[in-house]
Design a protein around this ligand. Structure first.
Ligand code: ATP
Length: 346
């Protein structure tokens, strides 16, 4: 066993469990994060993402399980002895220190020579385009600038793994989008392993190599953004990633019986759900082969497209995206492309 673990590059989490009193917050998490990967833990508030990150950082100890990094067992090591750094949600900058001194702090406490400190700090400040702000104090910085200082302060230690706990939650939408791109570029340039925690599915999609979706202390699904988005395995993952259309179905012969008729889809259960993304629902103004009549109930203008709330045969609500100019009350014809239907686990 140990031999196998020693060959693993990257981070291996094995059967991690954590309980706070009566509450079991992590129920046996096993996961491999590859070296140089940007991995995101995505899930609703309270699902245990931060606790998992804190176990990796060494701020909490697991009740069971192991944490192995590049073949080295970190499970019992204190935080400061792990080659791991954390960027906290509130940035936790020292208010009485300048940007330069905030970034230099960790190196000073490890007693690096002054010349080494200078070159490492200047490199980190350059990476995050902070050179012009070195003499400022945290209260003289914008949210995005503080965020970059927090990142520089973590990266200056050249950690093997950087942990980021909702690092963009304090930023407004525009800045957030910019910082997401910067973070992604930075991670690629450094080739470092980043683990990000977020409850924002769009953010997870935008920055990650892979995403792990969590609920109630369990890792439900791990995959690339494309995999979890296009092929969610469970109803929870589908709904959390914004798959709006869930269609109840029953197995009949080789197909699935739904309120929209029998669909030629193979299902492994007797009763369950099919999922269909709104952008996959085709809307036509005239009947086409295989289409069903539906009524437009509501239309929301979203800029680049319209979001339409439809009611199909059998009062089935369907959400769709379209570039057609639809009116409330209008009759349309919808087609559900078979290749867009995802069979969820029973
Ligand atoms: P959020 O996005 O809101 O931070 P999260 O998914 O990161 O949520 P955690 O912070 O890991 O969730 O918390 C998971 C559960 O564990 C919550 O119910 C929380 O109240 C509880 N919890 C976390 N830390 C402790 C602690 N030190 N003592 C007791 N309960 C705790």
């Amino acid at each position: 066993m140990t031999e196998v673990l020693e060959k693993v590059e990257g981070l291996l989490l094995q059967g991690l469990r954590k309980r706070f009193g009566e509450l079991e917050v992590l129920k046996g998490i096993s996961l491999e994060v590859k070296k140089g990967e940007l991995f995101t833990l995505l899930g609703p508030s309270g699902c245990g993402k931060t606790t998992l990150l804190r176990l990796v950082g060494g701020f909490e100890l697991p009740d069971a399980g192991r944490i192995v990094l590049s073949g080295r067992d970190l499970t019992g090591l204190p935080a400061h002895r792990r080659p791991v750094n954390t960027v906290f949600q509130n940035y936790a900058l020292f208010p009485h220190l300048t940007v330069y001194e905030n970034v230099a702090f960790g190196l000073r406490s490890r007693r690096f020579p002054e010349a080494v400190i200078r070159s490492k700090v200047e490199y980190a400040l350059g990476l995050l385009r902070l050179e012009s702000l070195v003499h400022r104090y945290p209260h003289q910085l914008s949210g995005g600038q503080k965020q970059r200082v927090a990142l520089a302060r973590a990266l200056v230690n050249e950690p093997e793994v950087l942990l980021l706990d909702e690092p963009m939650s304090a930023l407004d939408a525009k800045l957030r989008a910019e910082v997401q791109v910067e973070l992604r570029n930075l991670q690629r340039r450094l080739g470092a392993t980043f683990i990000l925690v977020t409850h924002d599915q769009e953010e997870a999609m935008a920055v990650s190599d892979r995403i792990g979706v969590m609920e109630g202390g369990v890792l439900l699904q791990v995959g690339t953004p494309d995999e979890v988005y296009e092929r969610p395995r469970t109803r929870f993952v589908a709904e959390f990633l914004g798959v709006a259309n869930l269609i109840l179905a029953r197995k009949v012969g080789e197909g699935a019986e739904t309120p929209l008729g029998v669909l030629p889809v193979k299902v492994p259960w007797n009763e369950g759900f099919l999922a269909l993304r709104p952008e996959r629902v085709e809307i036509h103004e005239v009947p086409v082969p295989g289409s069903l009549p539906a009524r437009v109930r509501q239309v929301i203008y979203r800029g680049a497209y319209l979001e339409a709330f439809l009611e199909a045969l059998g009062q089935v609500p369907l959400r769709a995206r379209t570039s057609l100019r639809l009116e409330v009350g209008q009759e349309v014809f919808v087609r559900l492309p078979l290749e867009g239907l995802v069979v969820l686990d029973g």
